[in-house]
Every structure is written in C-alpha cells, then in structure tokens.
Design a protein around this ligand. Structure first.
Ligand code: CA2
Length: 149
C-alpha cells in the first residue's frame, strides 16, 4: 500500500494547548487521527511526524522523496510552521528530493501579519492549502491521493 507522509514543523506540538482563537481546539494527536481516517478511506498508509528542528525536516523530506522515487509513497502534506517564511533549506530539500509536496496551513496566512505572506515552500510545492483549520489536513491528503492516481 502506498504511503502518505504528513510532516509538521515547529511549535505545532502546541496545537490545541495555546492560541485556540487562531489554531482551534484540536490537538496534534486529534489531527493524526483525522489523517489516519482519511488515509484508511483512500487505501494508503500514513506516516505522521512533527519536529521543531529544521534539519530534521530536511532529512525527512529527503526520505520521503526517495520513497516516492521508488514508487512506495505518493508525497507529503507539509505544514512547515514558521519555517515556511524563512527556510531556503526546506525549499531546496523539496526540489532536491523531487518530492510531491502539498503545502498546508491551518490559518489563512494571507489574512495575517505581512511576514506570513511570503512562503519559501510555495514555489516548490504542487499545491497550497490555507485557512480551513485542521480540517485542511484530510482535504490535503485527498488532494494528494487524487493528484497521484
Ligand atoms: O497556520 C499555520 O498552520 C501556520 O503554518 C502555523 C505556524 C505559523 O508560523 C505559520 O505562519 C502558519 C505556527 C505553528 C505554531 O502553532 C501553534 C499552535 C498553538 C499554539 C502556538 C503555536
């Protein structure tokens, strides 16, 4: 069964515990369960991770790209958190790994502070989703699966 990766960047381990007005009340474990359900419906397996470390996310993107090249994975739903707005390294990792990435944001970053309007991920991503709350995760998985099949 092909695999879908969901990678979460810095501070997303705090989901549901702080700033509910912006990010809602669901925890990252809740999001994992939502993603498990979506993957089961689509007949794919889920590999769901979170890291506060940029280099670890780079390594994971390499791993996901290699799995995709071998035909074992469909791609990555990536919420890179604040690294979205700062990380040339993540941009280069997506390009270098030739990984299919759906960029995801819980909030509508374009309706927030100006520093959240630029993304280093978007030019390397297949698609971008923002503003649907955590419901965006299963939607992005559906989009990734449909794009691959
Ligand atoms: O809207 C999103 O998903 C973001 O990627 C979340 C990032 C933010 O830097 C991006 O601009 C947009 C922040 C993730 C931190 O998540 C927290 C969750 C609860 C409490 C504090 C932070």
């Amino acid at each position: 069964m092909p695999k879908v990766y969901v990678f979460n960047g810095p501070n997303l381990n705090l989901l549901g515990l702080r700033e509910p007005a912006v990010y809602g009340h669901h925890t990252l474990d809740d999001v994992r369960s939502m993603c498990e359900r979506a993957c089961a419906e689509h007949g794919v397996t889920l590999d769901f991770r979170q890291s506060n470390h940029e280099g670890e996310l780079v390594t994971w993107l390499h791993e996901a790209g290699a799995a995709e090249q071998r035909g074992e994975a469909l791609g990555v739903v990536l919420n890179a958190g604040a690294y979205t707005h700062t990380s040339v390294a993540l941009h280069d990792a997506i390009k270098g790994a030739q990984s299919t990435v759906i960029e995801l944001h819980i909030s509508n970053v374009h309706a927030r502070e100006a520093f959240r309007h630029h993304s280093y991920i978007s030019p390397a991503a297949k698609a971008v989703m923002a503003g649907f709350g955590v419901a965006g995760y299963p939607l992005a998985i559906t989009g990734l699966v449909n794009a691959a099949r």
